[in-house]
Design a protein around this ligand. Structure first.
Ligand code: PMP
Length: 368
């Protein structure tokens, strides 16, 4: 009954673990990537007002003009990136799906990191693209020469995700400049997924779009930075011809991003989220120090709200199963990687939950 393209699609390993939480009394839920802070009041009010005053109809497919103007101005200011076009999408996920459908033919090769954000692999599968992985182990930093070695005449696109899900790594300017140089030499497109751009703890966020503006498609969104993953708001910015095709496809699929959420997000640009990000830096320090003190082998993340320690005992699945038995929900590294050696913690939870989770994980580690 099913189409060939869906045969290799399996349910998200993260969702499976997340669903387990519903059956537990008082779980430590380190499984899902959504911030624990509330939506800024100004954004809530703007969305509510839109619902009450007629903002319930379709917007133009590309998104409200005022919102797109603000996005462009923000990209100009934060990244000196002046994209030809901007499309407001249904989450960053919506942008990822449209981009894959617009660019990738069966057999086209796409370079992506290992570990990677799960959606890249599954969407590529769906469109028949071939994933070629550049290895980020052991410290999760990028070696641009690894990317260069993977390039063939079939390579079409390089995916960069910094700050990273699931490792928390942030790629420095020097690496991104080198990747831009390699991409330029081989005339490749770059997809830069910057959804965690606000969550950087040790140095400012750098974007490859700054160094390779003509062939980078920047995808980002509001789910994480403003605590609104359920609003489904994101955007794609880049070359006019690519964004135009994505817009056409959006006409026949999502139609437009949710209208009240678009009105709400216009306010986002006037809100200072630095206090929340300062709290997330403290969470990063708490979880990193806590893991080190309890004997875990772990690289310090510089961004996002994930940390990716080595699994005690060496087998991700057994460690995560044991942790789940003790009501701590963590995700086996193999969900994001060909390696079965690590596990992912999302530390976007209250500090007391982090500490409780750390103590339980230390106990579980002793059982391995
Ligand atoms: N990219 C990355 C790296 C992510 O971690 C996520 C969410 N987990 C997304 C994209 C999609 O986010 P959304 O669709 O909510 O914008």
């Amino acid at each position: 009954m099913f189409a060939d393209r869906i045969k290799n699609l399996t349910a998200s390993g993260i969702r499976k673990v997340f669903d387990l939480a519903a059956k537990m009394k008082n779980p430590v839920n380190f499984s899902i990537g959504q911030p624990d802070f509330d939506v800024p009041e100004e954004m809530k009010q703007a969305a509510i007002q839109a619902i009450q005053t007629g903002g319930n109809r379709y917007t133009v497919t590309q998104g409200l003009e005022e919102l797109r103007i603000r996005i462009k101005a923000e990209l100009q200011k934060s990244r000196q990136f002046n994209p030809e076009s901007v499309l407001v999408t249904s989450g960053t996920s919506g942008g990822l799906l449209l981009l894959m459908l617009v660019l990738i033919n069966p057999g086209d090769e796409v370079l992506l990191p290992d570990p990677y954000f799960v959606m890249y692999r599954h969407l590529l599968n769906l469109v028949g693209g071939i994933a070629r992985y550049y290895n980020l182990y052991p410290n999760f930093q990028l070696n641009p020469l690894d990317i260069k070695k993977l390039i063939t005449e079939k390579t079409k696109l390089i995916i960069i995700n910094s700050p990273s899900n699931p490792t928390g790594a942030v790629f420095p300017e020097a690496s991104l400049r080198q990747v831009a140089e390699i991409a330029r030499e081989h005339n490749l497109l770059v997809l830069s997924d910057e959804i965690y751009d606000a969550f950087v703890y040790d140095s400012p966020h750098c974007s490859i779009a700054t160094y390779y503006p003509n062939k980078t498609i920047l995808l980002a969104g509001y789910s994480k930075s403003y605590g609104i993953p359920g609003w489904r708001m994101g955007y794609a910015a880049g070359p006019g011809d690519i964004i135009e095709k994505m817009t056409t496809l959006q006409q026949f699929s999502f139609v437009c991003a949710p209208a009240p959420a678009q009105y709400g997000c216009i306010k986002a640009f006037d809100i200072d989220m630095r206090p929340q990000m300062e709290l997330y830096k403290q969470k990063r320090d708490l979880i990193y120090q806590g893991l080190v003190e309890r004997g875990f082998q772990v690289t310090k993340p510089s961004g996002s709200f994930y940390i990716f320690p080595a699994a005690p005992g060496g087998d991700d699945q057994s460690f995560c199963e044991k942790a789940v038995e003790h009501e701590v929900l963590i995700i086996p590294g193999n969900t994001f990687s060909s390696s079965k050696t690590h596990f992912r913690i999302s530390f976007a939870v209250a500090n007391d939950v982090i500490v409780r989770g750390l103590d339980i994980l230390a106990k579980v580690a002793k059982l391995m």
